[in-house]
Ligand binder design. Structure first.
Ligand SMILES: NC(=O)c1ccc[n+]([C@@H]2O[C@H](COP(=O)([O-])OP(=O)(O)OC[C@H]3O[C@@H](n4cnc5c(N)ncnc54)[C@H](O)[C@@H]3O)[C@@H](O)[C@H]2O)c1
Length: 307
């Protein structure tokens, strides 16, 4: 009994220290905490898109080598051309993340021709914006394939080498839709909740295995101005504005450099996340109504993608 009590007190002390440490980290300028990633190999999925291309340029600026994956060869080539201007080594591969075999083959090609991936950024995503009853089976499947299943395929391909070296970083671009349910995109929300769950479980598995050199980061941004959620707007833009993807890319790279595990953007949504933990569901729905979250997808402009 005394042993358990002492263990509990020791755990509490460590928890308190971790909390104080995270406050210190938050207040310390990034430049003082940032790890050196120059020369490291970064693989970004969905690198042709709004956020992916911006993150690629920021990593190139830091002197990283890059592998760019996207199903859209044209968009990916555009990012490749921009990254090449930084004079870093970069390759672009056309990969359909819905195809697990294609992902495994593309991963082998990377390992053979370029080397071990140091920083894996699971960024590609799709959204179709239909209610649960109106959803098309093929689109629900594709949403899960791209937004979460592909995370498993890439992690299974690249994590073992990171574990072996006890060095590496797995980054997951989730969404605030991975923390709060939103009507009109249940498939997207559930895939993003899964991405948050995967990152959290992975962090625990690495801790359990004593691999403290391998880091995980999950990013949960609110709406970004990339065209993915075209037509959606914020009811109170002064309080909660549509995010600039350059800002999200910068915060993501900073989180990687500082080994930050969990990031919600913008910061005000940490408050909503806290309220979610303490309020009854009916109260949360009332707040969602007031802030316009329940109707946010009503103006969504659907771009039918191949399903
Ligand atoms: N835009 C937003 O408002 C917003 C908000 C929160 C989170 N996110 C998330 O941020 C990430 C980046 O989104 P974005 O706004 O840059 O979107 P985007 O549409 O500009 O980019 C997504 C990229 O993923 C690629 N892609 C889609 N399906 C693929 C597949 N099967 N295989 C390979 N690549 C594929 C697309 O070709 C595109 O280049 C996504 O995971 C998205 O869910 C976006």
């Amino acid at each position: 009994m005394l042993g358990i009590l002492l263990e509990f007190l020791w755990t509490l002390l460590q928890v308190l220290w971790q909390w104080v440490w995270s406050v210190i980290m938050t207040l310390t300028p990034t430049a003082l905490l940032a790890k050196d990633v120059s020369g490291q190999l970064v693989l970004i999925t969905g690198a042709g898109g709004g956020l992916g291309s911006r993150m690629a340029l920021l990593f190139a600026e830091l002197g990283c080598r890059l592998v760019l994956w996207d199903v859209d060869a044209k968009l990916n080539a555009r990012t490749l051309a921009k990254v090449e201007k930084y004079g870093v080594k970069v390759v672009a591969h056309t990969v359909d993340l819905c195809d697990s075999k294609a992902v495994a083959e593309a991963a082998k090609k990377v390992q053979k021709e370029v080397g071990n991936v140091d920083i894996l950024v699971n960024n590609a995503g799709v959204v179709y914006g239909r209610s649960v009853v109106d959803s098309l089976d093929s689109q629900v499947e594709r949403t899960f394939q791209v937004n979460i299943e592909a995370h498993f395929w890439t992690v299974k391909a690249f994590l073992p080498a990171m574990i072996e070296r006890n060095s590496g970083h797995v980054v997951s671009i989730a969404s605030t839709a991975g923390l709060f349910g939103v009507p009109g995109m249940a498939d997207y929300c559930s895939s993003k909740f899964a991405a948050v769950g995967l990152s959290e479980s992975l962090e625990m598995e690495l801790h359990k295995a004593g691999k403290d050199g391998v880091q995980t980061t999950v990013i949960c941004p609110y709406l970004m101005d990339t065209g993915m959620f075209e037509g959606c707007s914020s009811r109170f833009p002064l309080l909660l504005s549509i995010l600039d993807p350059q800002y999200v890319a910068t915060k993501t790279v900073q989180a990687v450099l500082c080994n930050q595990n969990f990031v919600i953007l913008p910061k005000i949504l940490y408050l909503m996340f806290f309220l979610k933990a303490i309020l009854p569901v009916k109260a949360q729905i009332l707040l969602s109504d007031f802030f316009g979250a329940t109707t946010i997808m009503d103006t969504f402009v659907r771009k039918e993608k191949p399903a």
